[in-house]
Design a binder for this molecule. Structure first.
Ligand SMILES: Cc1cc2nc3c(=O)[nH]c(=O)nc-3n(C[C@H](O)[C@H](O)[C@H](O)COP(=O)(O)OP(=O)(O)OC[C@H]3O[C@@H](n4cnc5c(N)ncnc54)[C@H](O)[C@@H]3O)c2cc1C
Length: 351
């Protein structure tokens, strides 16, 4: 039995480790770099408050093979790699995450390479320089706050329409208050162009910035569509209730690249789906009936520097509750969740 896991992020690592415990199989994880990138810490990588990558091998159980390459095609029982070689499989799990599509003139922080560039550019900025963060979602909020808290000598401005849109009611006010507390200027607007440091806004106004960070994660790799798998309008793999591709039952899709209705790009969804798909596959191999997957969210949480955070609790279907935690308690909770995601992936814990 050969199982190929394409993508060595949270979903791929967790699924590979769980399968290694549950089935007798040759398991190979394909990833473009020899490191596991702790993507939820990329804003810290940018601000210099953490190193968000470490050896992929140390995240995987003994016996799991790795291939440092990018997959170009998955189908007909074969994964084709960018070096021209192939890996045959009985089952494959697609876990290639999501992508960034930065506007010209900006540096994306949602990819490892972009975060590395942003870290170097930020470190070179003199006191008084202006940093603009584009994107009012969780990634933008965390990035702006992390940079402002780590570099109080800079002027940091976040632009989103509106900023903290993924929170509601009191939680949104707490996030915006938290940004103000670390000195971030909040602009509710949309960036339409960046030209030589001039940031143009949809309102017709603009401002000058020394560094513009693109903090929006959107889209998924073209691999699934290019492989001829059924995908939704966003390019995410269409899956059945067991997280198998609707066009190829040997291929499962998990994490950001999976088109599971009612889900958003999140570590919570990635680890949950990875655990579920691995258990479903193990059950199928053992001749047992797998259980259908159902979405389960707990909270939306953002850090506001290292000392504060806001967590808004949600119903299982991700609709927000009125309950929110803030300050130190929320920061401790978020740090535990961040460590838990990495630990869970390494241990194969998930749904
Ligand atoms: C700054 C930031 C903060 C975030 N904070 C949070 C948070 O607080 N909570 C939360 O729930 N989510 C958060 N997220 C989102 C979260 O990081 C993602 O939803 C999560 O990483 C998805 O896991 P994944 O395994 O699907 O994808 P990833 O972790 O992105 O892993 C995908 C892997 O596949 C590899 N890959 C891509 N293409 C190929 C290919 N062709 N062949 C082989 N390998 C390939 C990639 O290089 C990568 O290693 C944050 C994201 C960012 C950027």
């Amino acid at each position: 039995m050969r199982i190929v896991v394409v993508g060595g992020g949270y979903a791929g690592v967790l699924a590979a480790n769980r399968l290694a415990k549950a089935v007798e199989a040759e398991i190979t994880v394909v990833n473009p770099r020899p490191d596991f990138v702790e993507r939820v810490r990329l804003h810290q990588q940018v601000a210099g408050t953490a190193v968000a990558a470490g050896p992929l091998g140390s995240m995987l159980r003994a016996g799991i093979a790795t291939r440092v390459a990018a997959a170009h095609k998955v189908g007909d029982g074969t994964v084709t790699l960018d070096d021209g070689s192939t890996l045959d499989f009985d089952y494959a799990l697609l876990a290639v995450g999501s992508t960034v599509e930065p506007m010209a003139g900006t540096v994306p922080i949602g990819s490892w390479e972009g975060a590395q560039r942003a870290r170097a550019a930020l470190a070179a900025l003199p006191a008084g320089a202006v940093v603009a963060v584009v994107g009012g979602g969780a990634t933008g909020v965390e990035t702006a706050a992390e940079v402002a808290a780590a570099r109080p000598d800079l002027r940091v401005r976040i632009v989103g329409s509106p900023v903290a849109a993924t929170f509601t009611g009191r939680a949104r006010r707490l996030v915006r208050d938290g940004l103000a507390r670390v000195g971030v200027e909040v602009t509710d607007d949309e960036v339409v162009a960046v030209d030589g440091g001039d940031v143009a806004l949809a309102s017709g106004t603009g401002f000058a910035a020394d560094l513009v960070l693109w903090a929006i994660v959107s889209g998924v790799p073209e691999l699934a569509a290019a492989s001829g798998l059924d995908v939704d309008a966003d390019g995410r793999v269409l899956v059945d209730e067991f997280l198998r591709s609707t066009s190829d039952e040997r291929v499962f899709a998990i994490g950001d690249c999976a088109g599971v209705p009612g889900t958003r790009f999140a570590c919570q969804s990635a680890t949950d789906q990875a655990g579920h798909a691995a258990s479903a596959l193990a059950a199928m191999i053992a001749g047992r009936g797998p259980k259908p997957y159902s979405v389960r969210y707990l909270a939306r949480c953002v850090t506001l520097g290292r000392r504060a955070a806001v967590a808004q609790f949600t119903h299982l279907d991700d609709t927000p509750r009125d309950t929110a935690l803030s300050g130190r308690t929320a920061a401790v909770l978020k740090e535990l969740a961040t460590r838990g995601a990495k630990f869970g992936a390494r241990a194969g814990f998930g749904a």
